[in-house]
Design a protein around this ligand. Structure first.
Ligand code: NAD
Length: 539
């Protein structure tokens, strides 16, 4: 049975009465969102497709419920966009490409600047939507948007980024290279950063002259719908950005459609491998950011206070649902004696609904995710691991139905399932190592290569780590070293498939192709001479 069929069957057996589990605050925010935005809804009505500049109700018979992870209250229903609607989105994007790709780069830059302003002005609505659908805390939802906004802001430099090359290769002969858009592109997003990930692709794909079809996560499409409306308000012509919805059928339609030239994907390994293979087979440019297991090495000479705070924040913030969350701490020597203090700090974190004051982390995304995380914690116990702090069975006052998992700390070995699998929850695995070399060995043996960090006061230790560790994004006394958009994403090994990464210089490369022209306007032709018939060598 397909994942979608299982999900549909599960949802069919669960009743989600709209608004019944809301507090007064949540209800007010849900009602305000629903009243103010055309594409999204948080009071039980349907999320729309955005095709050719119109927010349109889908004609599908296949709807996916989106529920508040803190209360299981029905927020909205997302369509599995029909084949005909998907074709309309591709047709709108193809038609819009004809004119958008010929629009001046300054017009495209102005759109980016306008979008930046719109996003800043309406950031509260986006953050509210993220808290409701995704469950993270309000300040963390603001961070989700801000990290996306930074990509928008860096895309404002698009005229310089698109500068080509030119040289007089021979007398009176010039070769120029221009960076041109690809055509219709598509972007498939995960649930954990509903604003940031769409904003990794929207500004650069569009500023480089492409048109784009976005498929947000079917679990939290609201932020993408608000962003689409803000793109429209920022003056984006109809059809340049389109939003379709759904699960595997819509993703497969994206991979297969001959008019789509490039696919960006961020999400889990299974989907990523499938999309990479299917998209590449159909001749598309594909970039896939996937799962992770990020290790932090705690050296005994580290600043204990800073390291412990950094570790606790990076392991449990966003309920561990960040691809750059620290999920493993490798403790070396004396650092192994810091565990009681680590646990003390983890215990102090407040788990609560995202709008509640003082909440440090919210619920995990779904009952299925909670069950999977609880199962991985149990597996550690079965395989001989020591559960030092157990977040299972947590109850949160006022939210009896939330998908709660509290901060969990497990002492384990690298053979155990809880170490090997990505948990994607508030669970920190502790492993011990005798030396820095052993720690580097552990990290390099792990199939993932998204992020890693070392905490030390020694420049030499940090330098050795940086030189020898094979992971693509390294933090030295920095727990979540996500590169700002003047750089590019550089996760590697099992965390990435493709050749050209997201945003920054690479983002511009991903969304453009070079066209090279060689031109001869010979000055002597004005007076006429015999034609040369030998092979041109440009010498
Ligand atoms: P997911 O793979 O379940 O879903 C991601 C997208 O793929 C969604 O839009 C979904 O509809 C689609 N999808 C899901 N299963 C599919 C399938 N079998 N075939 C085709 N499409 C499918 O991921 P998620 O649970 O939404 O997100 C969490 C995962 O994303 C974690 O593994 C996390 O590490 C990863 N992630 C990675 C990065 C990164 O930059 N490396 C960033 C964020 C999240």
């Amino acid at each position: 049975m397909s994942i979608n069929a299982i999900r549909a069957r599960t949802l069919a057996t669960v009743a989600h009465p709209p608004l019944s589990g809301f507090t007064a605050v949540t209800r007010q925010k849900a009602e305000q969102l629903s009243a103010e935005w055309k594409g999204t809804n948080a009071v039980g009505q349907n999320t729309k497709n955005f095709i050719g500049g119109e927010f349109v109700e889908s004609k599908t018979t296949n709807w996916i419920d989106v529920v508040d992870p803190a209360s299981q209250t029905l927020l909205t229903r997302v369509p599995e966009t029909t084949g005909a609607e998907f074709e309309q989105a591709v047709a709108a994007a193809s038609q819009a490409f004809k004119s958008w790709s010929r629009t001046s780069v300054l017009t495209r830059q102005r759109f980016v600047l306008e979008l930046q302003q719109q996003l800043r002005q309406h950031g509260e609505a986006i953050a509210n939507s993220i808290v409701l659908e995704q469950g993270k805390t309000y300040p963390d939802a603001q961070g989700d948007l801000l990290r996306g906004l930074q990509v928008v802001e860096s895309a404002a430099g698009i005229p310089s980024a698109l500068l080509g090359n030119a040289i007089e290769v021979s007398k009176d002969m010039d070769t120029t290279t221009r960076r041109l858009p690809l055509g219709v592109c598509a972007s498939i997003a995960p649930f954990n950063f509903p604003a940031m990930i769409p904003l990794w692709t929207i500004p650069l794909a569009i500023a480089t002259g492409n048109t784009l079809i976005i498929k947000p996560s079917e679990r939290d499409p609201g932020a993408a719908m608000i962003i689409a409306e803000l793109c429209q308000r920022a003056g984006l012509p109809d059809g340049v950005l389109n939003v379709v919805h759904g699960g595997v059928p819509t993703v497969n339609a994206i991979c297969d459609h001959p008019s789509i030239k490039a696919v960006s994907f961020v999400g889990g390994d299974r989907a990523g491998r499938h999309i990479y293979e299917r998209g590449r087979k159909a001749g598309k440019r594909v970039q896939c950011n996937m799962g992770a297991k990020n290790h932090a090495v705690m050296m005994p000479d580290a600043n204990k206070n800073h390291s412990l705070n950094a570790l606790v924040g990076a392991a449990f913030g966003a309920a561990g649902q960040r691809c750059m969350a620290i999920s493993v701490a490798v403790l070396i020597g004396e650092a192994q004696s810091w565990v009681p203090e680590l646990i003390e700090r983890a215990q102090k974190l407040i788990v609560n609904q995202g709008f509640e004051k003082g909440a440090d982390l919210g619920p995990v995304t779904s009952p299925a995710a909670k069950e999977r995380i609880d199962g991985l914690i149990a597996s550690a116990q079965e395989q001989g691991g020591k559960i030092l702090l157990d977040g299972r069975g947590l109850e949160v006052a006022g939210y009896p139905n939330g998908n709660w998992v509290g901060p969990t700390v497990i002492e384990a070995t690298t053979e155990m399932r809880c170490y090997k699998e990505e948990i994607f929850g508030p669970v920190l695995i502790l492993v011990k190592a005798d030396s820095l070399d052993d720690a580097i060995g552990i990290i390099n043996s792990n199939p993932y290569g998204n992020g890693t960090a070392i905490f030390t006061q020694s420049g030499a230790t940090a330098r050795k780590f940086e030189n020898e560790v094979e992971v693509g994004q390294i933090g030295i006394n920095v727990p979540i070293p996500v590169p700002l958009p003047m750089f590019s994403w550089s996760g590697n090994k099992g965390s990435f498939l493709g050749d050209v990464p997201f945003y920054g210089r690479s983002g511009v490369d991903f969304y453009t192709q070079n066209k090279t022209t060689t031109t001869l306007w010979r000055s002597e032709d004005a007076i006429g001479k015999k034609a040369s018939v030998v092979m041109p060598t440009h010498l």
